[in-house]
Each structure stands twice: as C-alpha cells, then as structure tokens.
Design a protein around this ligand. Structure first.
Ligand SMILES: Nc1ncnc2c1ncn2[C@@H]1O[C@H](COP(=O)(O)OP(=O)(O)OP(=O)(O)O)[C@@H](O)[C@H]1O
Ligand SMILES: [Mg+2]
Length: 341
C-alpha cells in the first residue's frame, strides 16, 4: 500500500532560502534551484515572475513593477510573496503525471529562529499550495542530514551553514539539536562589506551583483597560493561617471575580515557552551560547512586555524539542506521524529 501511494504521489522537500529556493522530488533528486525573488505589479498586485525570470528583471523593472525577496535575514519578510513563490515552485516541481493524482507530502526547511506564527504561515501556505501533509525541519538539522552526518548517533557533530541572509550553526546528537545559533550575517553581508570597502577606498559605487561576482571570483578568507586580481566597473562618486578599477584578492580579504570574524566568534561561543563529552567528539569529527559560504576560498583554513578543529566543506554545499529534506522523505525513520505540523 505504501509503495502504491508513493507511486502516485511526488513527495517534495523544499529549502526556502534567503538567496535560493531548492526543491527535491522523491525518487528524482534536486529538480530546481532558483533565486528566491518575486516580481509583482504594484497596481494589480499580480505576480509577474518568480525565480530565474524575476532575477533577470532585477534593477530593470518599470516603476509599477517591484522585485521582492520574500525571505530576508532568514525570516519571512513578505507572506504574500512567499506564498506565491511556494505555489509556483510546487507546481513547477510536480510532474504532469502526478498533477491530478495524490497531493504530495512536503518537508520544508525553515530557519531555526522562526516564530510559531511564521511556522503556521509556512504550513498554511504549503497546504494551500496543494500539500497533503507538511513537515517542518530546522535548517541546520536538514543540512546535517543532507551532508550525511550521523545525526541519530550518540555522538556530537557540528554543522555550519553559511547562506545568503543567515549563518546557522548547531551541535547535533541523538537526532536532536543540542545547541544552535543563528546569525544574520552571511553572504549578503559579505557583498555589502565589499561595496563599502570599494566605496571608501576608490570612491567607486558598485552594485550588489558586481559585489557578489567579486566575492565569488577573487574573494577569500585565507591567503591564497596565488593572489588574484579583477577589473571592476562602477560609477565614480567624484565625477559621477562610469569608471574601472583593478582590485586584488588581498583587498577583498581585508574587506571581508570583519564579517568573517563575527562568524568565527559565534562558532567559538557555541564551542564554549558545548558539554565536554560532545566537545571531545568534535575534536575528531570537526566542523562540516554547508551553504554557499562554504565555497568562499580558504574558509575551511580560516575556521580550522581559529578553532583548532578539522574543517570539512560539504560536497555540493548549496543543496545540502534540500538533500536533507529529501532524505527525510525517503527514509521513514526521520519523519517520525519530525511529526507533521
Ligand atoms: N563561490 C562562492 N564563494 C563565496 N560565496 C558564494 C559562492 N557561491 C555562492 N556564494 C554565496 O552563497 C550565498 C547563497 O548560499 P545559499 O544558497 O546556501 O543561501 P540560502 O540558503 O538561500 O540563504 P539562507 O540559508 O541564509 O536562507 C550567496 O550569498 C552567494 O553569494
Ligand atoms: Mg540556506
């Protein structure tokens, strides 16, 4: 019977991220990863575009169309836009075969700092969008399951997820979160730090997308074997005209220093609070990093130097959380621990 139901239902796991939303369909894997952006017509209140299409419109919309990020700093900033986004991604992920059969069970990863009102809003939205059952899981737990940490065993694992809006970290053991911390400092803050640095040093104004490109191309947390340079275009604050400057990876490291030290401090704090038995597990098992921030060059070396623990960047860190929700759907032991809402 269970198999029969599975055949007709396409269960889904969703990571509602600040920067990207990912959807996993059971039996298929990760089927989509698109920016968490919605564009809306202010006059008619209609949704114009979602995801990739909405991102392409960013900064280029006429005045009656606004681009919105429904998730901000790890929480839901706009319920209506969030609902529209969920409905769109759920309908995109459904295969035509499944569309008219049994509604899916959906596991949604939510930030660990989410309030009970927000939990209910996410659940109701998913039910309205056509879910048969909704399970919510905290992001660090989903990330830990996604990267394959032995979360149910009586031994401590440390998971660090550096996303766009939030950095979440947790010590997990025996299927539960022992300690957790969520910082509203992550990838977006790094982009902003690059914008501020270039503005101050070169009197040059650059956009968010350029700042992110700089971070991805030449950004680093630890000295590189070969330092890099990049030509950057912006608008001069002196002449008001377009201008190009050449910047180095050393400069960007300087720009990112403050943001990274906030993340390191939070890791240190949580390590200081970890019960001794679990702390000794961490000496061996170290810190596993997920989220887009795990891709920052040298982040593993910096964290390892500052915590004296081994650090392991996850494979495919951008999909760690959504793969965790997928495993929860496919291995029934997990769903029992995260009862439906
Ligand atoms: N190669 C890279 N180097 C540094 N940062 C990167 C790289 N690739 C992506 N990022 C950053 O990772 C962030 C997105 O990561 P991710 O998709 O894990 O966030 P999210 O899950 O949407 O956000 P959150 O978990 O905060 O809700 C963005 O800030 C992006 O700029
Ligand atoms: Mg995330």
């Amino acid at each position: 019977m269970v198999k029969f139901i599975r055949f007709f239902s396409s269960d889904m796991g969703i990571d509602l991220g600040t920067a990207n939303t990912c959807v996993y369909v059971s039996g298929k894997g990760v089927v989509l990863m698109e920016p968490s952006i919605v564009t809306m017509n202010l006059e008619t209140k209609e949704i114009v575009a979602v995801g990739n299409e909405a991102k392409r419109m960013l900064g280029k919309t006429p005045s009656n169309i606004v681009a919105m990020k429904p998730m901000k700093d790890g929480v839901i900033a706009d319920f209506e836009a969030c609902g529209a986004m969920l409905r769109y991604f759920i309908s995109r992920a459904k295969t035509p075969k499944h569309r008219f059969v049994l509604p899916p069970r959906i596991v949604i990863a939510v930030p660990s700092g989410i309030t009970s009102v927000e939990r209910r809003a996410v659940r109701d939205t998913a039910l309205k969008a056509g879910a048969r059952q909704v399970h919510l899981v905290e992001e660090p737990m989903a990330a830990a399951i996604g990267v394959g940490l032995p979360v149910e065993e009586p031994c401590g694992s440390f998971i660090l997820d550096i996303g766009g809006g939030t950095t979440e970290m947790a010590v997990v053991s025996l299927g539960g979160i022992v300690l957790t911390k969520s910082l509203r400092v992550a990838g977006n803050e790094m982009d902003q730090a690059i914008i501020d640095y270039i503005k101050k040093k070169y009197n040059l104004l650059i956009g968010e997308r350029t700042a992110e490109e700089i971070k991805i191309n030449i950004g680093s947390a630890f000295p590189l074997e070969e330092e890099l340079t990049m030509e950057v275009n912006g608008r001069s604050l002196v002449e008001g005209l377009p201008k190009m400057v050449k910047i180095t990876s050393e400069e960007i490291r300087e720009a990112l220093k403050e943001t990274l030290s906030q993340i390191i401090n939070a890791i240190r704090n949580i390590l200081e609070e970890t019960p001794p038995e679990l702390a000794s597990d961490l000496i061996e098992r170290g810190v596993t990093i997920a989220g887009g921030g795990a891709l920052l060059k040298g982040i593993d070396k910096l964290i390892s130097q500052e915590t004296k623990l081994p650090v392991f960047p996850a494979e495919d860190p951008l999909t760690a959380v959504v793969r965790g929700t997928g495993k929860m759907l496919e291995e029934s032991k997990y769903l029992k621990e995260f009862p439906r809402e």
